[in-house]
Write a protein that binds this ligand. Structure first.
Ligand SMILES: [Fe+2]
Length: 358
Protein backbone atom coordinates (compact mmCIF):
# COMPACT_ATOMS: atom_id res chain seq x y z
CA UNK A 1 0.00 0.00 0.00
CA UNK A 2 1.56 3.25 -1.13
CA UNK A 3 2.26 5.87 1.52
CA UNK A 4 0.59 9.18 0.97
CA UNK A 5 0.76 12.66 2.49
CA UNK A 6 -2.93 12.20 3.33
CA UNK A 7 -2.26 9.30 5.71
CA UNK A 8 -1.68 11.60 8.66
CA UNK A 9 -4.65 13.89 8.03
CA UNK A 10 -7.28 14.11 10.78
CA UNK A 11 -10.56 12.37 10.01
CA UNK A 12 -12.75 15.13 11.41
CA UNK A 13 -12.24 18.84 12.05
CA UNK A 14 -14.54 19.67 14.91
CA UNK A 15 -16.52 22.91 14.98
CA UNK A 16 -15.13 24.41 11.79
CA UNK A 17 -18.33 26.45 11.46
CA UNK A 18 -20.14 28.38 14.19
CA UNK A 19 -23.91 28.12 14.65
CA UNK A 20 -24.45 31.39 12.74
CA UNK A 21 -22.20 30.27 9.89
CA UNK A 22 -24.08 26.97 9.64
CA UNK A 23 -27.38 28.87 9.48
CA UNK A 24 -26.04 31.04 6.70
CA UNK A 25 -25.01 27.99 4.65
CA UNK A 26 -28.44 26.41 5.23
CA UNK A 27 -30.06 29.62 3.91
CA UNK A 28 -27.78 29.48 0.88
CA UNK A 29 -28.65 25.82 0.33
CA UNK A 30 -32.37 26.68 0.29
CA UNK A 31 -31.77 29.52 -2.16
CA UNK A 32 -29.16 27.92 -4.46
CA UNK A 33 -29.91 24.20 -4.50
CA UNK A 34 -33.18 23.20 -2.86
CA UNK A 35 -35.25 25.73 -4.80
CA UNK A 36 -33.88 24.30 -8.06
CA UNK A 37 -34.48 20.71 -6.96
CA UNK A 38 -38.06 21.57 -5.96
CA UNK A 39 -38.69 23.14 -9.37
CA UNK A 40 -37.43 20.02 -11.14
CA UNK A 41 -39.53 17.81 -8.89
CA UNK A 42 -42.62 19.91 -9.63
CA UNK A 43 -42.04 19.59 -13.37
CA UNK A 44 -41.57 15.81 -13.03
CA UNK A 45 -44.76 15.52 -10.95
CA UNK A 46 -46.71 17.53 -13.56
CA UNK A 47 -45.49 15.11 -16.22
CA UNK A 48 -46.37 12.10 -14.07
CA UNK A 49 -42.70 11.11 -13.79
CA UNK A 50 -40.64 10.01 -10.81
CA UNK A 51 -38.84 12.88 -9.06
CA UNK A 52 -35.28 13.28 -10.42
CA UNK A 53 -32.55 12.27 -7.96
CA UNK A 54 -30.99 15.02 -5.85
CA UNK A 55 -27.44 14.26 -6.92
CA UNK A 56 -24.45 16.36 -5.89
CA UNK A 57 -24.81 19.95 -7.10
CA UNK A 58 -21.56 21.70 -8.01
CA UNK A 59 -20.32 25.31 -8.18
CA UNK A 60 -23.50 27.03 -6.97
CA UNK A 61 -21.60 28.76 -4.15
CA UNK A 62 -18.89 29.95 -6.51
CA UNK A 63 -21.50 31.39 -8.85
CA UNK A 64 -23.13 33.12 -5.89
CA UNK A 65 -19.81 34.57 -4.67
CA UNK A 66 -19.12 35.94 -8.14
CA UNK A 67 -22.58 37.47 -8.55
CA UNK A 68 -23.31 39.11 -5.18
CA UNK A 69 -21.68 40.86 -2.28
CA UNK A 70 -21.81 38.69 0.82
CA UNK A 71 -19.20 39.82 3.33
CA UNK A 72 -20.31 37.20 5.85
CA UNK A 73 -19.72 34.34 3.40
CA UNK A 74 -16.38 35.83 2.30
CA UNK A 75 -15.29 35.94 5.94
CA UNK A 76 -16.37 32.33 6.47
CA UNK A 77 -14.50 31.15 3.38
CA UNK A 78 -11.38 32.93 4.65
CA UNK A 79 -11.86 31.37 8.07
CA UNK A 80 -12.04 27.90 6.50
CA UNK A 81 -8.82 28.62 4.56
CA UNK A 82 -7.14 29.73 7.79
CA UNK A 83 -8.17 26.52 9.52
CA UNK A 84 -6.94 24.48 6.53
CA UNK A 85 -3.57 26.24 6.57
CA UNK A 86 -3.20 25.50 10.27
CA UNK A 87 -4.11 21.80 9.92
CA UNK A 88 -2.74 20.88 6.49
CA UNK A 89 -0.09 23.48 5.67
CA UNK A 90 0.01 26.45 3.29
CA UNK A 91 -0.96 26.65 -0.37
CA UNK A 92 -4.31 24.88 -0.50
CA UNK A 93 -7.19 26.48 -2.40
CA UNK A 94 -10.79 25.49 -2.98
CA UNK A 95 -11.41 24.11 -6.47
CA UNK A 96 -15.03 23.00 -6.12
CA UNK A 97 -18.06 23.42 -3.91
CA UNK A 98 -20.97 21.03 -3.73
CA UNK A 99 -24.16 20.31 -1.80
CA UNK A 100 -24.80 16.81 -0.50
CA UNK A 101 -28.30 15.67 0.46
CA UNK A 102 -29.19 12.28 1.90
CA UNK A 103 -32.71 11.21 2.76
CA UNK A 104 -35.08 8.33 2.06
CA UNK A 105 -34.83 7.71 -1.68
CA UNK A 106 -32.01 10.21 -2.15
CA UNK A 107 -28.36 9.15 -2.40
CA UNK A 108 -25.80 11.78 -3.40
CA UNK A 109 -23.08 9.52 -4.87
CA UNK A 110 -23.99 5.89 -5.37
CA UNK A 111 -20.79 4.46 -6.82
CA UNK A 112 -17.68 3.53 -4.83
CA UNK A 113 -15.04 5.92 -6.18
CA UNK A 114 -12.14 8.26 -5.64
CA UNK A 115 -12.70 11.80 -6.92
CA UNK A 116 -11.21 12.07 -10.39
CA UNK A 117 -10.65 15.82 -10.24
CA UNK A 118 -7.96 15.44 -7.59
CA UNK A 119 -5.71 13.80 -10.16
CA UNK A 120 -5.67 16.79 -12.53
CA UNK A 121 -2.24 17.59 -11.09
CA UNK A 122 0.53 15.30 -9.89
CA UNK A 123 -0.07 16.16 -6.21
CA UNK A 124 -1.43 13.45 -3.93
CA UNK A 125 -2.31 15.54 -0.91
CA UNK A 126 -5.78 16.86 -1.71
CA UNK A 127 -8.88 16.44 0.43
CA UNK A 128 -12.54 17.35 0.67
CA UNK A 129 -14.03 19.07 3.67
CA UNK A 130 -17.58 17.79 3.92
CA UNK A 131 -19.28 19.95 6.52
CA UNK A 132 -22.43 18.73 8.27
CA UNK A 133 -25.08 21.48 8.25
CA UNK A 134 -28.23 19.74 9.43
CA UNK A 135 -29.59 16.27 10.04
CA UNK A 136 -32.19 14.21 11.79
CA UNK A 137 -30.85 11.01 13.34
CA UNK A 138 -27.92 10.99 10.90
CA UNK A 139 -25.03 12.43 12.88
CA UNK A 140 -22.35 10.81 10.76
CA UNK A 141 -20.63 11.03 7.40
CA UNK A 142 -20.81 8.64 4.47
CA UNK A 143 -18.89 5.39 3.93
CA UNK A 144 -15.10 5.58 3.71
CA UNK A 145 -13.00 2.58 2.69
CA UNK A 146 -10.10 3.47 4.94
CA UNK A 147 -6.65 2.29 3.99
CA UNK A 148 -5.99 0.89 7.44
CA UNK A 149 -9.15 -1.27 7.38
CA UNK A 150 -8.68 -2.47 3.78
CA UNK A 151 -4.98 -3.23 3.24
CA UNK A 152 -5.73 -6.03 0.75
CA UNK A 153 -8.01 -3.79 -1.31
CA UNK A 154 -5.37 -1.06 -1.61
CA UNK A 155 -2.77 -3.60 -2.70
CA UNK A 156 -5.02 -4.20 -5.72
CA UNK A 157 -6.23 -0.74 -6.62
CA UNK A 158 -4.25 2.32 -7.57
CA UNK A 159 -6.42 5.30 -6.63
CA UNK A 160 -4.44 7.53 -9.00
CA UNK A 161 -5.89 5.48 -11.85
CA UNK A 162 -9.18 7.04 -10.71
CA UNK A 163 -10.72 3.86 -9.51
CA UNK A 164 -14.34 2.94 -9.10
CA UNK A 165 -15.73 -0.35 -7.84
CA UNK A 166 -18.78 -1.59 -9.67
CA UNK A 167 -21.24 -4.05 -8.20
CA UNK A 168 -22.12 -7.22 -10.06
CA UNK A 169 -24.27 -10.22 -9.23
CA UNK A 170 -24.76 -11.14 -5.60
CA UNK A 171 -22.19 -13.60 -4.30
CA UNK A 172 -19.64 -12.60 -6.90
CA UNK A 173 -16.84 -10.11 -6.36
CA UNK A 174 -17.21 -6.59 -7.74
CA UNK A 175 -15.26 -5.15 -10.65
CA UNK A 176 -12.52 -2.55 -10.48
CA UNK A 177 -12.96 0.12 -13.13
CA UNK A 178 -10.19 2.62 -13.88
CA UNK A 179 -11.83 5.68 -15.34
CA UNK A 180 -10.29 7.16 -18.45
CA UNK A 181 -7.94 9.96 -17.46
CA UNK A 182 -6.29 11.74 -20.28
CA UNK A 183 -3.96 14.47 -21.36
CA UNK A 184 -6.01 15.64 -24.28
CA UNK A 185 -8.98 17.11 -22.39
CA UNK A 186 -6.49 19.44 -20.74
CA UNK A 187 -5.24 20.42 -24.18
CA UNK A 188 -8.62 21.15 -25.66
CA UNK A 189 -9.44 23.52 -22.82
CA UNK A 190 -6.93 26.03 -24.19
CA UNK A 191 -8.71 29.23 -25.23
CA UNK A 192 -7.01 29.35 -28.63
CA UNK A 193 -8.34 25.92 -29.45
CA UNK A 194 -11.73 26.57 -28.00
CA UNK A 195 -13.91 26.10 -31.01
CA UNK A 196 -12.13 23.35 -32.90
CA UNK A 197 -10.52 21.76 -29.86
CA UNK A 198 -13.64 21.65 -27.76
CA UNK A 199 -15.77 20.21 -30.50
CA UNK A 200 -13.16 17.57 -31.18
CA UNK A 201 -12.78 16.93 -27.45
CA UNK A 202 -16.54 16.69 -27.13
CA UNK A 203 -16.72 14.00 -29.81
CA UNK A 204 -13.84 12.05 -28.27
CA UNK A 205 -15.45 12.31 -24.82
CA UNK A 206 -18.75 11.00 -26.08
CA UNK A 207 -17.29 8.14 -28.10
CA UNK A 208 -14.98 7.12 -25.28
CA UNK A 209 -17.67 7.35 -22.60
CA UNK A 210 -20.20 5.41 -24.64
CA UNK A 211 -17.56 2.75 -25.29
CA UNK A 212 -16.76 2.32 -21.61
CA UNK A 213 -20.44 2.33 -20.69
CA UNK A 214 -21.15 -0.45 -23.21
CA UNK A 215 -18.29 -2.57 -21.86
CA UNK A 216 -19.50 -2.08 -18.28
CA UNK A 217 -23.07 -2.98 -19.26
CA UNK A 218 -21.83 -6.05 -21.10
CA UNK A 219 -19.74 -7.19 -18.13
CA UNK A 220 -22.61 -6.66 -15.72
CA UNK A 221 -24.94 -8.70 -17.93
CA UNK A 222 -22.30 -11.40 -18.35
CA UNK A 223 -22.00 -11.80 -14.59
CA UNK A 224 -24.95 -14.22 -14.75
CA UNK A 225 -22.50 -16.74 -16.22
CA UNK A 226 -21.06 -19.41 -13.92
CA UNK A 227 -18.25 -17.88 -11.87
CA UNK A 228 -15.32 -19.64 -13.63
CA UNK A 229 -16.63 -18.64 -17.08
CA UNK A 230 -17.21 -15.07 -15.96
CA UNK A 231 -13.73 -14.81 -14.46
CA UNK A 232 -12.20 -16.15 -17.65
CA UNK A 233 -14.22 -13.73 -19.77
CA UNK A 234 -13.15 -10.70 -17.74
CA UNK A 235 -9.52 -11.80 -17.61
CA UNK A 236 -9.50 -12.08 -21.42
CA UNK A 237 -11.57 -9.04 -22.35
CA UNK A 238 -11.63 -6.73 -19.32
CA UNK A 239 -8.76 -4.63 -20.67
CA UNK A 240 -11.10 -3.34 -23.37
CA UNK A 241 -12.98 -1.41 -20.69
CA UNK A 242 -10.29 -0.93 -18.01
CA UNK A 243 -12.06 -3.62 -15.98
CA UNK A 244 -10.68 -6.24 -13.64
CA UNK A 245 -12.23 -8.38 -10.94
CA UNK A 246 -11.84 -8.11 -7.22
CA UNK A 247 -10.69 -11.45 -5.82
CA UNK A 248 -13.29 -13.79 -4.44
CA UNK A 249 -13.77 -13.45 -0.71
CA UNK A 250 -12.22 -10.00 -0.40
CA UNK A 251 -14.11 -8.23 2.32
CA UNK A 252 -14.61 -4.49 1.88
CA UNK A 253 -14.84 -2.62 5.16
CA UNK A 254 -16.29 0.86 5.54
CA UNK A 255 -16.34 3.39 8.34
CA UNK A 256 -18.69 6.25 9.04
CA UNK A 257 -17.18 8.91 11.23
CA UNK A 258 -19.48 10.53 13.80
CA UNK A 259 -20.09 14.25 13.28
CA UNK A 260 -21.86 17.13 14.95
CA UNK A 261 -23.41 20.01 13.04
CA UNK A 262 -20.56 22.38 12.11
CA UNK A 263 -17.94 19.59 12.00
CA UNK A 264 -16.09 18.74 8.78
CA UNK A 265 -15.37 15.21 7.62
CA UNK A 266 -11.95 15.11 5.93
CA UNK A 267 -12.12 12.93 2.80
CA UNK A 268 -8.60 11.98 1.70
CA UNK A 269 -7.65 12.12 -1.97
CA UNK A 270 -6.65 8.47 -2.20
CA UNK A 271 -9.41 6.72 -0.27
CA UNK A 272 -12.43 5.14 -1.93
CA UNK A 273 -15.78 6.34 -0.64
CA UNK A 274 -19.51 6.16 -1.37
CA UNK A 275 -22.75 7.54 0.01
CA UNK A 276 -24.24 5.32 2.69
CA UNK A 277 -27.11 3.45 1.05
CA UNK A 278 -28.71 1.59 3.89
CA UNK A 279 -32.46 2.24 4.02
CA UNK A 280 -33.31 5.32 6.07
CA UNK A 281 -36.66 6.21 7.60
CA UNK A 282 -38.85 8.87 6.01
CA UNK A 283 -38.11 11.45 8.70
CA UNK A 284 -34.33 11.02 8.49
CA UNK A 285 -32.18 13.39 6.43
CA UNK A 286 -28.68 14.86 6.28
CA UNK A 287 -27.43 18.01 4.59
CA UNK A 288 -23.78 18.88 4.02
CA UNK A 289 -21.75 21.38 2.06
CA UNK A 290 -18.48 20.22 0.54
CA UNK A 291 -15.30 21.99 -0.53
CA UNK A 292 -12.53 20.32 -2.49
CA UNK A 293 -9.03 21.54 -1.57
CA UNK A 294 -5.93 21.12 -3.73
CA UNK A 295 -2.46 22.68 -3.72
CA UNK A 296 -2.47 25.76 -5.90
CA UNK A 297 1.13 25.65 -7.07
CA UNK A 298 0.63 22.38 -8.95
CA UNK A 299 0.02 22.49 -12.69
CA UNK A 300 -2.83 20.80 -14.48
CA UNK A 301 -1.64 17.89 -16.62
CA UNK A 302 -4.71 15.72 -17.14
CA UNK A 303 -8.22 15.06 -15.92
CA UNK A 304 -11.11 12.66 -16.07
CA UNK A 305 -13.91 13.82 -18.27
CA UNK A 306 -16.70 11.55 -17.08
CA UNK A 307 -17.07 12.89 -13.54
CA UNK A 308 -20.06 15.06 -12.70
CA UNK A 309 -17.84 17.87 -11.42
CA UNK A 310 -15.81 17.92 -14.65
CA UNK A 311 -18.99 18.04 -16.62
CA UNK A 312 -20.31 20.95 -14.52
CA UNK A 313 -17.00 22.80 -14.83
CA UNK A 314 -16.90 22.56 -18.60
CA UNK A 315 -20.10 24.60 -18.82
CA UNK A 316 -18.22 27.63 -17.47
CA UNK A 317 -15.46 28.96 -19.73
CA UNK A 318 -13.78 30.74 -16.80
CA UNK A 319 -13.33 27.43 -14.98
CA UNK A 320 -11.62 25.59 -17.81
CA UNK A 321 -8.22 24.34 -16.79
CA UNK A 322 -5.77 24.20 -19.67
CA UNK A 323 -2.73 21.97 -19.64
CA UNK A 324 0.20 23.45 -17.74
CA UNK A 325 -1.76 26.12 -15.86
CA UNK A 326 -1.83 26.34 -12.08
CA UNK A 327 -5.12 26.17 -10.22
CA UNK A 328 -6.75 29.56 -9.59
CA UNK A 329 -7.90 30.69 -6.12
CA UNK A 330 -11.45 31.22 -7.38
CA UNK A 331 -13.27 31.43 -4.06
CA UNK A 332 -11.19 34.41 -2.88
CA UNK A 333 -11.21 36.19 -6.24
CA UNK A 334 -13.81 38.65 -7.47
CA UNK A 335 -14.97 39.31 -11.00
CA UNK A 336 -14.79 35.75 -12.30
CA UNK A 337 -17.19 35.53 -15.24
CA UNK A 338 -19.56 32.67 -14.44
CA UNK A 339 -21.63 32.85 -17.58
CA UNK A 340 -22.32 29.44 -19.06
CA UNK A 341 -21.39 28.56 -22.57
CA UNK A 342 -21.87 25.46 -24.64
CA UNK A 343 -20.59 24.89 -28.13
CA UNK A 344 -23.10 24.04 -30.82
CA UNK A 345 -21.88 20.47 -30.76
CA UNK A 346 -22.27 20.16 -27.03
CA UNK A 347 -25.85 21.31 -27.37
CA UNK A 348 -26.54 19.05 -30.36
CA UNK A 349 -25.24 15.95 -28.69
CA UNK A 350 -26.81 16.62 -25.33
CA UNK A 351 -23.49 16.78 -23.56
CA UNK A 352 -25.24 16.78 -20.23
CA UNK A 353 -25.85 13.04 -20.54
CA UNK A 354 -22.11 12.38 -20.59
CA UNK A 355 -21.78 10.51 -17.36
CA UNK A 356 -21.01 6.90 -16.71
CA UNK A 357 -23.61 5.08 -14.70
CA UNK A 358 -23.26 1.77 -12.94
FE1 LIG B 1 -16.44 11.64 -4.05
Amino acid sequence: MAKSPCDSYPRVLEGILSEEEVEHFVDLYRKLAESEWLKREKVAAAEGKKPPPRVLEYFTILRYIQSQEDARLDATIQKIHNKVEKCFGPGFVIVQDFWSWRAAGSVAAGRIHVDGDFWMTSAHDGFNLWILLDHREMAYGFNIFTKEDNPDLYKLVAPERVTSILPIQEAKPGMIFSEPIRLWPGVFEWGAWRSLGQNLGCILCIVSTKWFQQIINFAQRASVLPAPAFRLLISLTGWLGNLSLLPKGLELRTRKFPLQVGDALVVRQDELHVSDQEPVKDHQFRLAVGFKFMRQNQKVTQYVFTGPASKARRRFPSLRLPYGKALPDLYRMKGVDMRQEETWLQRCLNFSSLRLSS
